[in-house]
Design a binder for this molecule. Structure first.
Ligand SMILES: [Zn+2]
Ligand SMILES: [Zn+2]
Length: 283
């Protein structure tokens, strides 16, 4: 069998396993075997936690978090790959308290916040996303999106926010796609100030290459502007839901970061971040 072309770096900080209902057969053990083969030396699991709305069952139910953590520990026994335990947590204002209690109760390595639902509408669903965008000028829709994103950062709950401009996933159904960061308006700049003052990072995400936008989240220019506004924490993840996608296209994220002025990425252990040089993770 021909070797796969390498599209990954040595760290993947956005990985869904079987406690996320959209990743039913991807177990930590299986991810470890792929990581070993690909030379990926650190994997952070970020199963979905969705505490309200119509998709609660897509995520882990809070009472299963202990067994999720035990599964990761058990997988760690059989691999040299460093495993980290995180959650990708949907931010909704009405469950902030509940999220806080969960984060206090369990010792996680990484709390990744996400905004898949903007004012109750799932912008990651082909069927539902148009309900958010239709009838709105793009600039108005994006102002709302980034305002909500800023509130998620302001909550103080999360280490990093995932896929910054995730609204692009199905935006083409209703609007012409922005081609540059300059089209995002000014609200996003306020959001950078919030990220920076609250010490919240950005999760660069390579799943857009699977989603059909054929780009990273975020768009070109976003990371440079964030950095200039004082955002220092950046992580990289594939957002894989199958083991074959582990690390996929994270190398592109590393190159984008480099072009936009970063020379490191961050990894997390026990909710504390550490920088690793891009030259080290690119290899
Ligand atoms: Zn997500
Ligand atoms: Zn995800």
């Amino acid at each position: 069998m021909a070797a796969e072309p390498r599209t990954w770096i040595s760290k993947d900080f956005h990985v869904h396993e079987s406690y996320s209902s959209d990743a039913p057969i991807a177990t930590p053990d299986k991810y470890c075997r792929v990581a070993e083969r690909r030379g990926i030396d650190e994997v952070c699991f970020t199963t979905h936690l969705i505490l309200t709305g119509p998709d609660v069952q897509h995520g882990i139910s809070p009472e299963k978090i202990p067994s999720y953590l035990r599964d990761i520990e058990a997988a760690q026994e059989n691999t040299e790959v460093t495993l980290r335990a995180g959650l990708e947590i949907d931010w909704f204002p009405e469950v902030e308290r509940e999220i806080e209690e969960i984060l206090d109760e369990y010792s996680l390595d990484y709390a990744l916040g996400a905004l898949h639902y903007v004012r109750g509408i799932d912008i990651g669903s082909r069927r539902r996303a148009p309900a958010f965008f239709l009838g709105k000028e793009l600039s108005d829709a994006l102002d709302i999106y980034f305002e909500e994103w800023g509130k998620a950062a302001e909550s103080g709950l999360f280490d990093v926010l995932a896929h910054p401009d995730y609204f692009r996933k199905y935006l083409s159904l209703t609007h012409e796609m922005p081609v540059s960061f300059q089209e995002y308006g000014s609200k996003v700049l306020d959001t950078f100030d919030i990220l920076s003052s609250h010490g919240v990072g950005i999760g660069v995400n390579s799943s857009g290459y699977r989603h059909g936008i054929r780009d990273l989240y975020p768009i070109k220019g976003f990371l440079r502007a964030a950095r200039e506004a004082g955002v220092e924490t950046v992580t990289v993840g594939s957002d894989c839901h199958t083991v074959g996608d582990l690390g996929r296209n994270t190398l592109r994220a590393a190159h984008r970061l480099k072009r936009e002025g970063f020379d490191y990425i961050c990894v997390f252990e026990g909710r504390k971040n550490r920088r690793v040089g891009l030259s080290e993770v690119i290899g």
